[in-house]
Design a protein around this ligand. Structure first.
Ligand code: NDP
Ligand code: BG6
Length: 515
């Protein structure tokens, strides 16, 4: 962030500037930022966006002259919005000194305007209110709109906001939440519609996994440690696993989920983004465009996914220890005969010189036995390993594994073979372990904090460019169509289990054992 740059903590390139935008130092005095959360009455706004803004305010990362507006159809006064926000403002800052006082100051900068998403008149009224604050500040006015609404109203809201509430003398940026379409065609149509009203550099497509600390750290790990990058290829890596698992179902979001399924909800975006960062070539610089160019290249080098390389599953109801857990189709908003996958595993390949033949296995599921997101890198066997010659007991001995645990309990650990201390010669597998909470006293910011701050600062590195999105959809659209057209029956798995056994057969076909 600019704050860290100023403090000399980071030495990355400063964010680029928008064309036609008056230069404004975020923490300087010459500009004001109005942040409008469109859909402020909703779940995401309460759960993530307001808490992230408050944490940024508490940490003194927001520009000096900022104003926050909530916008939605629900009728609310400013006082009611503040009340709603204060009741849900739970975040990592909660236990900090002066939290209550800071919250009061923060809430004084929050306002509300009720309006329809397709009404230019209502957005013109909002514009009037924004101007009142901007004029008071007497500075260049920058405007950020955060669209936290269902995707079917994105275009209406963008049309009205851009026509009636754009900044007159500063920048206007719009943050979008996924889903960005549900296949190549619908995604391209959405992009075309948005580009009627916005330039690509005004569009900030969020993939919140890119804002997670360990995902941000992936490039640091690779490119600033001599020991990893030389090993980062088919020569030394046997397979890479990208694992997402949640120990709860789609409770409350079944209606949304049934239209998308786990492949679109998690694989096509979160896991594929991690894969791209993991596998890309070294970018020319840390500049957003250089990084995104490399991500697009690797995505475009991927082999089409074969339907036989995908396993789908769906959770069913289950009773354990006297407690019963609902099946996916028990949700009233989900059709009883739904075939939508809540679990999927897939084998993907990158047809380039670095990764030829290395399976990248993805696994994502809801209502499984644990909650975690991990990258696991399994290395090849040590050639002619001295210590493996006579044992014959553990085929995997001497195979190193690097695990990047994105959540929970962020950690990076490397499994190595080690001699068990003592007079004999016995080996075991131990971890060289970097557990974040043991190493760093500071709490880890929520992904939304980083992303909102980057959008304010015009830093696009962690947002999805339209050609990246196209490449991601090109990879998944054909296999999604095939699964849907063939009405592939998902393998049913009990709520709270480890998921369908098919995932193990799939991995075994590629000589992989899930970590
Ligand atoms: P909500 O369903 O809570 O919708 C947000 C607001 O939009 C509602 O409060 C409502 O406000 C308005 N709204 C809802 N449905 C309609 C409709 N059919 N027509 C017009 N307005 C409507 O969404 P979330 O807050 O959960 O999510 C917002 C966005 O973020 C969505 O695109 C979602 O896919 C995405 N997202 C959400 C996540 C989450 O954890 N919630 C995670 C990742 C992405 P009002 O009635 O007051 O106008
Ligand atoms: C969202 C998905 O993008 O990510 C949800 O739509 C999922 O289904 C969520 O639960 C997981 O995010 P996190 O940050 O809690 O791992």
């Amino acid at each position: 962030s600019t704050k860290e740059l100023k403090e000399g903590l980071l030495t990355v390139n400063p964010p680029e500037e928008d064309e036609n935008t008056v230069d404004s130092d975020v923490k300087g005095d010459d500009s004001t930022v109005c942040i409008t959360i469109v859909g402020a009455s909703g779940d995401l706004a309460k759960k993530k966006i307001f808490p992230a803004l408050f944490a940024l305010y508490y940490e003194d990362c927001l520009p000096e002259h900022f104003t926050i507006f909530g916008y939605a159809r629900s009728k609310m006064t400013d006082a009611e919005l503040r009340d709603m926000v204060s009741r849900t403002l739970t975040c990592r800052i909660d236990k900090r000194e002066n939290c209550g006082e800071k919250m009061d100051q923060f809430l004084k900068r929050c306002f509300y305007h009720s309006g329809n998403y397709d009404s230019e008149e209502n957005f013109t009224q909002l514009d009037g209110k924004l101007k009142e604050h901007e004029i008071l500040a007497g500075r260049i006015s920058n405007r950020l709109f955060y669209l936290s609404i269902p995707p079917n109203i994105f275009v209406d809201a963008v049309k009205c906001a851009s026509r009636s509430a754009s900044s007159a003398n500063g920048w206007t940026r719009v943050i979008f939440e996924k889903p960005f379409g549900r296949d190549s065609d619908s995604s391209a149509a959405l992009t075309r519609s948005l580009k009627q009203y916005l330039e690509e550099d005004q569009i900030f497509r969020i993939d919140h996994y890119l804002g997670k600390e360990l995902v941000e750290n992936l490039s640091v790990l690779r490119f600033s440690n001599l020991i990893f990058e030389p090993l980062w290829s088919r020569k030394y890596i046997r397979n890479v696993q990208l694992i997402f698992s949640e120990d709860f179902g789609t409770e409350g979001r079944g209606g949304y989920f049934d239209h998308y399924g786990i492949i679109r909800d998690i694989m096509q975006n979160h896991l594929l983004q991690i894969l791209a960062l993991f596998a890309m070539e070294t970018p020319v610089s840390l500049d957003a465009e250089d990084i995104r160019n490399e991500k697009v290249k690797v995505l475009r080098s991927m082999r089409p996914i074969h339907v036989d390389d995908v396993v789908v599953g769906q959770y069913k109801g289950h009773t354990r220890g006297g407690q019963s857990y609902p099946g996916y189709t028990d949700d009233k908003t989900v059709p009883e005969d739904s075939l939508t996958p809540t679990f999927a595993a897939a084998a993907l390949f990158i047809d380039n010189a670095r990764w030829d033949g290395v399976p990248f296995l993805m696994k994502a599921g809801k209502a499984l036995h644990d909650r975690r997101a991990e990258i696991r890198v399994q290395f090849r066997h040590v050639p002619g390993n001295l210590y493996n010659r006579n044992s014959g007991t553990d085929a995997d001995r001497a195979t190193n594994e690097l695990v990047i645990r994105v959540q929970p309990d962020e950690a990076i650990y490397l499994k190595i073979n080690n001699k068990v201390p003592g007079l004999g010669m016995r080996l075991d597998r131990s971890n060289l372990n970097l557990l974040y909470k043991a190493r760093y006293a500071k709490e880890i910011p929520d992904a939304y904090e980083r992303l909102v701050l980057d959008a304010i600062e015009g830093e696009r590195r962690l947002f999805i460019r339209s050609d990246e999105l196209d490449a991601a959809w090109s990879l998944f659209t054909p296999v999604l169509k095939e699964i849907e057209e063939k009405k592939v029956i998902p393998e049913y798995y009990p709520y709270g289990s480890r998921g369908p056994v098919g995932a193990h057969y799939l991995a075994a076909r590629h000589n992989v054992k899930w970590g």
